[in-house]
Design a binder for this molecule. Structure first.
Ligand code: NAI
Length: 331
């Protein structure tokens, strides 16, 4: 059997981690033959809760799990890790200003980046889930300069899955029959869910989603709004934010990174190289293809005026957020 892969989950005592850890532990992400060492990081006041999670993970008696380490010390949690799920973040509390939230998260991701820089493997693959995920990802990478920028990503896969599911439901097909839906930009309500390049297979025939739906107004209005507002709708109904679906999306993202996407595309926040006229250095969600554990941005897609406007609006929000975070780093 292979050597155990070291996988860290931060925010390990929280609700997303509760679903995520089970999926990772039973081999949904790294394969059914890949032994694992799980490193669980949370803050000091959560250590008792985290201990309960460790007890439950033990009680699952999953053969792939060779060791579990629970800690409040990033230097322990990130030691030699191969994969990092960065779920822990400061949540927005009532009355908290955006600026304060950003400040708290810059502090967290700066410290975690510095620790990662010192002790993680240089090949570590990182997905940031904790919000504001895109900007947190930039800060993490900034403070871990010895690790390639391409190893830092953030999650927009939940938005992609939501978009895909909406289209599948609209057309009455199974979710896997809808491919190449794109999420551009920020994991926020300015994100642009785009089906202009997506396909659907209906009764064995693959056609563009736009042709199958035939209702441009639905695609430009209700569809986009539903996906953009889905997180808020879940909170309203469940009184808690998405957790099961967020964990599933984080697993999809990391599994595709390790095993590839074949000919399909997936969306992930990556540090922009300027593709599609987006400011270099922003962590912007693009369509990517993955082969040999390496992602590349899908290039040369035709962008019409409607898409351009939406792509630029979400980039503008990200730019403002990054500038505020960078100013905070220097303060
Ligand atoms: P939660 O509040 O249940 O859990 C968060 C955990 O992170 C808590 O146990 C907390 O103690 C821990 N934490 C806080 N600061 C930490 C630090 N410095 N180091 C390690 N752990 C720390 O929240 P939940 O529901 O699990 O969500 C986690 C994050 O994921 C939130 O920021 C949420 O907004 C975000 N999210 C992102 C999504 C995406 O699509 N990118 C989707 C859904 C949620």
């Amino acid at each position: 059997m292979a050597e155990p892969l070291k996988v860290v989950v931060t925010g390990a005592a929280g609700q997303i981690a509760y679903s995520l850890l089970f999926s990772v532990a039973k081999g949904d992400v790294f394969g059914k033959d890949q032994p694992l060492e799980l490193l669980l990081l949370d803050i000091t006041p959560m250590m008792e809760v985290l201990n309960g999670v460790v007890m439950e993970l033990m009680d699952c008696a999953i053969p792939l799990v060779k060791n579990i380490v629970a800690t409040d010390d990033p230097m322990v949690a990130f030691k030699d890790v191969d994969a990092a799920f960065m779920v822990g973040a400061m949540p927005r509390r009532e009355g908290m200003e955006r600026k304060d939230l950003l400040k708290a998260n810059v502090k967290i991701f700066k410290a975690q980046g510095q620790a990662m820089d010192q002790v993680a493997k240089k090949t570590v693959k990182v997905i940031v889930v904790g919000n504001p995920a895109n900007t947190n990802g930039c800060i993490l990478s900034k403070y871990a300069p010895s690790i390639p920028k391409a190893n830092f990503t953030c999650m927009t896969r939940l938005d992609q899955n939501r978009a895909q599911a909406q289209i599948a439901a609209k057309l009455g097909v199974s979710n896997d029959q809808v491919t190449n839906v794109i999420i551009w930009g920020n994991h926020s309500s300015t994100q642009f869910p785009d089906v202009a390049h997506a396909s659907v297979t209906i009764q064995g025939k693959t056609i563009p989603v736009a042709e199958a739906i035939k209702d441009d107004s639905y695609i430009k209005n209700d569809f986009i709004k539903t996906v953009q507002q889905r997180g808020a709708a879940v909170i309203k109904a469940r009184k808690l934010s998405s957790a099961m679906s967020a964990a599933k999306a984080a697993c999809d993202h990391m599994r595709d990174w390790f095993f590839g996407t074949g000919n399909n595309w997936v969306s992930m926040g990556v540090i922009s190289d300027g593709s599609y006229g987006i400011r270099e250095g922003l962590m912007y969600s693009y369509p990517v293809k993955i082969h040999d554990k390496t992602w590349t941005i899908v290039q040369d897609l035709k962008i019409n005026d409607f898409a351009r406007e939406k792509m630029d609006a979400t980039a503008a929000e990200l730019s403002e957020e990054l500038d505020a975070a960078l100013a905070e780093c220097e303060a």
